[in-house]
Design a protein around this ligand. Structure first.
Ligand code: ASP
Length: 315
């Protein structure tokens, strides 16, 4: 049974919690849109998307998900809000709560922002990415995509390549894939792989070259260099990076013939991924985006439902 009023990170979830989201998402995924709308699971509820960092996929996906469940969804962008007048994160959140928001979907550059806010609000908090810490719905939609492609997690080999150090996607995926029994290989320039990467889970290990990571892999996940977190200064040049760490057809040939190519987006073509791979037959990048809506419908319904059941006391 799902008991979490907030979704702050994969680290707080059990294997059963993850499977509960994936199963609920599966039901939303196959349900015709009109039927989902008629079910009006979140009719009369309000969801606020509060994004302090840029986003195309995640914000739109949460908006579509909330609306498909019958909720009212409002987008607040800090650039045009009172944040520019000096209002703190907590005051912004308290004011949105006073407007009776049932859930706040928060993206923030500071690691731990979602957890901090969750201790001060009655609304459900969904972490849509906090700094380099976690991006739980991305990892859940990645797992959903892998499962939909008929792969089993037990013994699955997943290569995660690129800027591991600054990637909340890598962190959430390492936790989640470990919970489900997959082996995770991390690879990237030495400056962009954390020293204690193995602490991300018992099935996680770092390897030196991208070729080694991809050898025999079932899934190849590639990541953008997080220039907004100053990662650009940690590589010699993007050209050299693309040459040594980029996923192209030559590198991909080392993976299993039916390997999936994944990327959370936005992709930087010709840097971490070659266009022929991104648009190739093994790419499931757009499947990931599609899966995002069903996964976020599941998450919103579950956390708001848990909040109702718990009488929404600040945690
Ligand atoms: N969209 C993902 C994130 O917000 C990945 C990225 O931006 O590179 O973390």
């Amino acid at each position: 049974m799902w008991t979490h009023r907030h979704l702050l990170g994969i680290a707080q979830l059990s294997r059963d919690d993850v499977l509960a989201v994936l199963d609920a998402a599966q039901r939303w995924f196959v349900m015709p849109r009109a039927e989902a709308k008629n079910a009006r699971v979140l009719h009369g509820r309000s969801i606020v998307n509060l994004f302090f960092e840029s986003s195309t996929r995640t914000r739109t996906s949460f908006e579509v998900a909330g609306k498909r469940l019958g909720a009212d969804v409002v987008n607040v962008s800090p650039q045009t809000s009172s944040v520019t007048k000096g209002e703190t994160l907590l005051d912004t959140v308290r004011n949105l709560e006073a407007l009776r928001a049932d859930a706040l979907v928060l993206r923030h550059p500071a690691s731990g922002a979602a957890e901090f806010v969750a201790t001060h609000t009655r609304a459900s908090i969904v972490n849509a990415g906090d700094g380099a810490h976690e991006h739980p719905t991305q990892a859940l939609l990645d797992a959903f995509t892998i499962r939909r492609r008929g792969k089993r997690f037990e013994g699955l080999v997943v290569a995660i390549c690129g800027d591991i150090l600054h990637s909340r996607v890598a962190r959430s995926n390492a936790w989640l894939l470990g919970l489900l029994g997959a082996e995770v290989r991390l690879s990237g320039p030495r400056t962009l792989v954390p020293r204690a990467a193995e602490a991300l889970g018992p099935t996680v290990r770092t390897v030196t070259t991208v070729e080694e990571a991809v050898e025999g892999a079932d899934v190849v996940m590639t990541l953008r260099i997080q220039t907004e977190r100053l990662a650009g200064a940690m590589i010699a040049s993007t050209r050299e990076y693309a040459h040594t760490f980029g996923i192209n057809e030559r590198v991909l040939a080392r993976a299993k013939p039916d390997a999936l190519v994944m990327h959370p987006g936005p992709i930087n073509r010709g840097v971490e991924i070659d266009s022929r791979v991104a648009d190739g037959p093994r790419s499931v990048i757009l499947d990931q985006v599609e899966a995002g809506v069903a996964v976020r419908m599941a998450v919103l319904a579950l956390v708001i439902g848990a909040g109702d059941a718990q009488g929404k006391q600040p945690s």
